[in-house]
Structures are given as C-alpha cells and as structure tokens.
Write a protein that binds this ligand. Structure first.
Ligand SMILES: [Fe+2]
Length: 191
C-alpha cells in the first residue's frame, strides 16, 4: 500500500464531520454578515461588494451545496432510522430550508451596486437579521437532533454517505475556496 493510500485509509471521516465543518464555516460567514448588518444599520455606506460575497456564499454554498445534499442524503436517512419525534423535526427542517431560501431571495431584491435609501436599509436589515437567526437555530437543531441519529449506521454506509457529501458539485465552489473568501471578509469585518 502506498503512503498516500495508507493515509487515506487511516482518515476515518464521518458524514457528521463533513457537515460540522460546513456549519463551522457558515457560522463564521454569519458572524461577518451580522457585523455588516450592524454597521449598515448604524448609518454607514452599504458595502455592496462584500454583501454580494456574503449573499453569494449563502446562495451557493449554503443552499445549492450544503442544504441540497442534506435534503438528498441526510434527511431521508434520518427518516428511515429515527422515531416519529425526529421525523417531525425533519419536516420542520425542510420547511426552514424553504424559508431561508425565500428570505435570501428578498435580500437579493434589496441588493444594489450602490447606496440604499434609508427605507431600503431598514428592510434589508430586518430580513438579514431574520435570516441569520433562522440559519443559526436550524444548525443547532440539526446538530442536536439529527446528526447523532446518522452516527448509528454501520461503517460502510457511513463512509459511503461521507463520500457522497464530499463529492464536488460540478461548477460550484468547494469548502476550501469558500474558506478563503470567508477569511478575507473576516480580515475586513472582524478585526
Ligand atoms: Fe446543515
């Protein structure tokens, strides 16, 4: 066995590790977004480029990569394994995905390449705070109720699901590239 193969064999990654790493990056981006919202609410100029980066991340990495794979892979697995209470929570989590998508569409409607009027700022801030609160709560519920249920599957299935979760989505940016975007925004906003 080559060194590379043996390293891969030793690396036991569970689906939950993959999802938690993504949640950690979501939380860092939400912290940046929260800081931007606070500054805009305080009357500063609308930082349209940075807001576009945040909204792009939420659209592409949270919705099109992370939530889509959860809906396709993790939620059905949990429904298969779990009791009625957890099944009900899955229904709520799917509804959360729809609600955050709607909030994000509204945020994009208010995005402008230049300054916003004060009434636009007020609505943007309201939608942004609702989005941040909703996604944070959603991740906590997933981590406390859903992810433990995933860990009961056997090693082979666990490895298959982890591989599916780590599969690159064609045409979409992956975790490593988004990490650089988040780090750059943190340097400007979370000093
Ligand atoms: Fe999630």
């Amino acid at each position: 066995m080559s060194r590379r193969q043996s390293d891969t064999a030793l690396e036991v990654k569970t689906p939950v590790d993959v999802l938690l790493a993504e949640h950690a990056l979501h939380r860092r981006m939400l912290a940046v977004f929260e800081r931007i919202v606070r500054v805009v609410e305080g009357g500063a100029a609308f930082p349209s480029n940075d807001v576009a980066s945040v909204l792009g991340y939420l659209r592409e990495f949270v919705e099109l990569v992370h939530q889509r794979r959860e809906s396709r892979t993790i939620y059905p697995l949990v429904m298969e394994l779990a009791d009625d209470r957890i099944a009900e929570e899955v229904g709520q989590l799917l509804a959360d995905h729809d609600q955050t998508q709607e909030l994000l569409q509204s945020l994009w409607l208010f995005w402008e390449p230049g300054p916003l009027r004060s009434d636009e700022v007020a609505v943007f801030v309201r939608f942004a705070k609702a989005y941040i609160e909703r996604l944070r709560r959603h991740m906590v519920v997933e981590e406390l109720s859903l992810f433990p249920a995933v860990l009961v599957v056997d090693d082979q299935r666990r490895a298959e699901i982890a591989a599916e979760l780590e599969r690159k989505e064609p045409g979409l940016t992956d975790l490593a590239s988004w990490s650089s975007v988040v780090a750059e925004l943190e340097e400007r906003w979370i000093a």
